[in-house]
Design a protein around this ligand. Structure first.
Ligand code: NIG
Ligand code: FE
Length: 406
């Protein structure tokens, strides 16, 4: 057994069985002051007031939190960290005035990453992906969803998903894999989008499923990418093979992506930079988690998701990094939390819940991660001494992690 003693505040306690927080629950971050926590077989065994801390036996390891806080590691339910190289040339193009859509329309963007990935060996792609995953763990993230979508041919999509599987088998983080063959139309199918949709449905999805490489199916349902009608057909094909939908929607336009995701019982609908009351209404009473990606709003200079309106309507909100080479080259969830507070006006408590339990829910792991709950994985952060939870997003550049337990 491992015993963490001398915890100034244990934060993010959630009763067993609570899978997500919605509406006013997002304001609550349950805390025990002056606490201990025990770990057995990598799981949270028990916790409580220091006065009740069990005596350490000869085989127990005692960890002194030295007055720091203990919290669950962040969960990042939306990333594209399996990619090759970088796209800083487009970064310069953007600085000089081109939009994300204009770069994509010229055949750049996602297609550039696909060209590079095609030339990259599986081994090299694994090493690049693992480097990013390790960087994210070092910044406090303990669960990561990773999408394919820079292959755009059957062979290269499978290559990506095999790499993600290897990351899952070799990284200490909890990893979930999402098939995103419909991220853009592959170059060979330029001008033949319908045929590409058929390829995704009839060839890629069955191939991915037969190797059991993905948990989820995703589509970039947005202006200039895939229509809601095409998206519906792709999600339906994924569902037939046991893949649960997650979706990219409303990044570039109010395209109907949220509604098609909800119709197909999506676990999450992500981006949502542009939403109206119609999207909020569509999400009410569903199991779908609205997920916002303020790192891409920041990097592309787009509007931020209206998280407050969603919460006011009684919905939950998750935040994720969207770590990818085009719209968010960062997987720093603490920065995401800070953007949630500064740009979306979330309170530190709301942003904390959005980056932990709700993001765990949005990647289907809230039964094992995202909170301090007996029986969950002990993926924990011991912080440096901090006066309050608000210090995490407030002093957003000052190192705050003392130790990571994963
Ligand atoms: O979530 N919007 C679509 N996909 C990614 C960006 C991918 C890229 O530009 O490489 C996103 O922002
Ligand atoms: Fe994305």
């Amino acid at each position: 057994m491992r015993i963490i003693k001398n915890i100034h505040k244990l934060i993010g306690i959630v009763p067993a069985g609570v899978q997500r927080k919605v509406g006013p629950q997002m304001d609550e971050v349950a805390t025990v002051k002056d606490a201990y926590l025990t770990i057995e077989d990598g799981l949270i065994k028990d916790f409580g007031k220091s006065a009740d801390c069990p005596e350490a036996g000869p085989s127990d390891e005692v960890i002194d939190a030295a007055g720091g806080m203990v919290m669950p590691m962040f969960c990042d339910s939306h990333t594209h960290v399996c990619y090759s190289g970088s796209r800083e040339r487009e970064f310069i193009d953007k600085i000089n005035g081109l939009s994300y859509e204009e770069i994509a329309a010229r055949g750049g963007g996602i297609l550039n990453s696909a060209d590079l990935l095609h030339k990259t060996s599986e081994e090299d792609l694994y090493l690049q992906t693992m480097t990013r995953v390790e960087e994210m763990i070092g910044k406090g993230t303990g669960a990561i969803e990773i999408k394919s979508g820079y292959g755009l041919t059957t062979e290269d999509e499978l290559k990506m998903l095999r790499v993600i599987k290897r990351v899952k088998d070799t990284s200490p983080a909890i990893i979930k894999a999402t098939f995103l063959g419909a991220h853009a139309v592959g170059r060979a199918y330029s001008g033949r989008q319908e045929e590409y949709v058929d390829l995704v449905r009839e060839v890629m999805i069955p191939a991915v499923a037969s190797e059991e490489l993905a948990d989820y199916v995703d589509v970039f349902c947005d202006e200039g990418f895939f229509t809601p009608e095409q998206t519906g057909r792709i999600l339906e094909a994924g569902e037939r093979f046991g893949l649960v939908p997650k979706i990219h929607a409303n990044e570039l336009a109010c395209s109907g992506g949220v509604q098609v995701g909800v119709t197909h019982g999506a676990l999450s609908v992500d981006h949502l930079e542009r939403t109206t009351v119609a999207e909020i209404e569509a999400l009410k009473g569903t199991k779908t988690m609205p997920t916002m990606l303020p790192g891409s709003s920041f990097f592309l200079g787009m509007p931020y998701g209206k998280a407050k309106d969603f919460i006011k309507a009684g919905l939950g909100v998750a935040l994720a990094s969207d770590y990818n080479p085009g719209s968010s080259p960062s997987g720093d969830m603490r920065f995401v939390m800070a953007l949630g507070c500064v740009k979306m006006r979330l309170t530190p408590e709301q942003a904390f819940n959005a980056c932990t339990l709700n993001s765990a829910y949005a990647m289907g792991v809230s039964g094992e991660a995202g909170s301090i709950t007996k029986g969950k994985r002990a993926n924990l952060l011991i912080t440096k001494p901090l006066s309050s939870l608000a210090m995490i997003p407030y002093s957003y550049q000052t190192p705050f992690i003392e130790r990571i337990i994963i």
